[in-house]
Design a protein around this ligand. Structure first.
Ligand SMILES: [Zn+2]
Length: 72
């Protein structure tokens, strides 16, 4: 299943993750890249991740869906 932006933001907020962009400091400017990013790991498996994009500076943040409880 493809997680939506709000479910990722809610999961991060529940864990106390600050909402401001770590690069430019803009708050609440995140958008989600459409789809799931597969981060290839040596050994042949992938980390299914959501990509959040800062709407101000373009910084891309990846969050592993399994850690957030959003991987199924
Ligand atoms: Zn930013």
């Amino acid at each position: 299943m493809k997680p939506n932006l709000q479910s990722v933001l809610d999961a991060l907020s529940a864990r106390g993750v600050p909402s401001a962009c770590p690069r430019c400091g803009t708050g609440d400017a995140w958008t989600a890249a459409d789809g799931i990013v597969y981060v290839e790991v040596t050994g042949g498996h992938n980390v299914r991740s959501a990509a959040l994009v800062c709407g101000h500076c373009g910084h891309v943040a990846l969050h592993a869906l399994a850690v957030l409880g959003l991987d199924d």
